[in-house]
Design a protein around this ligand. Structure first.
Ligand SMILES: Nc1ncnc2c1ncn2[C@@H]1O[C@H](COP(=O)(O)OP(=O)(O)OP(=O)(O)O)[C@@H](O)[C@H]1O
Ligand SMILES: [Mg+2]
Length: 233
């Protein structure tokens, strides 16, 4: 093993231990946030719809953090099977609900073009939500004010196999040719506050479910990330 790989392996080991500690400590402040949001909700009839939307998005997100913590704790205990079928459109709508307030604040339009009666795919719902939110967050972060993001789901036959596709298109910054190879690498980021693991996590979760992630991008024009779920012939 070359020296850099050894350093990277050590870093990952330390990171594993740090994240376990972090998860443990996140639970307490999170329950405070939850309690306070629930308290504010008592006054929902006196608040305007936009404020209620913000509160709901916060509650949804804190519930998601809770679920992620549970997942993390489960993961450290045992290996979970993925025999669950998720409705790609329902998960997309949930993701839109969560991201709506953020998009509105950044003046980004969010459009969905979802094919009706699309078959469910073998995927844990929460993990699918995690993948969609990571890709949507990246699209939002790459977009400028006035930008537009389109989420699309559709079924397509390729040769003798059936696939469900989910794609996200943005008209943001795009990706430079030199960076194409790097974006799936752990800790690669071009953002000041980025960690650089969003796409690696997506890839890991999609690999677990035998789904593929591809992208097309033109620097200065925008990007398209495509997920391909094989649903058999
Ligand atoms: N839709 C997109 N448009 C332009 N660049 C993108 C897009 N999605 C990803 N990238 C590029 O890929 C890099 C890696 O993305 P990734 O989600 O893994 O990390 P990040 O967003 O930088 O940080 P985080 O860990 O918070 O997600 C980004 O820093 C960005 O340069
Ligand atoms: Mg990201």
């Amino acid at each position: 093993m070359i020296k850099e790989e050894k350093i990277q392996e050590n870093k990952l080991h330390i990171l594993g231990r740090l994240s376990a500690g972090l998860i443990h400590e996140i639970r307490n402040p999170l329950s405070v946030i939850n309690l306070n949001l629930d308290y504010i909700k008592i006054y929902k009839d006196e608040l305007n719809p936009e404020m209620n939307e913000c509160i709901n998005a916060c509650l949804e997100s804190s519930e998601r953090i809770n679920q992620l913590i549970e997942n993390f704790l489960d993961f450290s205990k045992k290996n979970h099977s993925t025999d669950e079928y998720a409705s790609i459109n329902v998960v997309t709508e949930k993701a839109v609900e969560i991201m709506l307030a953020t998009c509105r604040k950044s003046n980004i339009e969010l459009q969905t073009i979802l094919q009706e009666d699309i078959p469910k795919v073998k995927f844990q719902t929460l993990k699918m939500l995690q993948v969609f939110l990571n890709l949507m967050t990246n699209a939002v972060e790459a977009s400028l004010s006035g930008g537009k993001i389109i989420l699309r789901s559709y079924k397509k036959e390729v040769k003798n196999d059936s696939f469900v596709f989910w794609e996200i298109v943005d008209n943001g910054t795009g990706i430079e040719d030199d960076d194409r190879e790097k974006i799936f690498t752990d800790f690669y980021t071009n953002k000041e506050t980025g960690i650089g693991i969003g796409l690696s996590v997506c890839k890991m979760l999609l690999d677990e479910h035998n789904a593929e992630l591809e992208f097309e991008s033109e620097f200065g024009k925008g990007s398209r990330f495509i997920i391909k779920f094989n649903i058999g012939g």
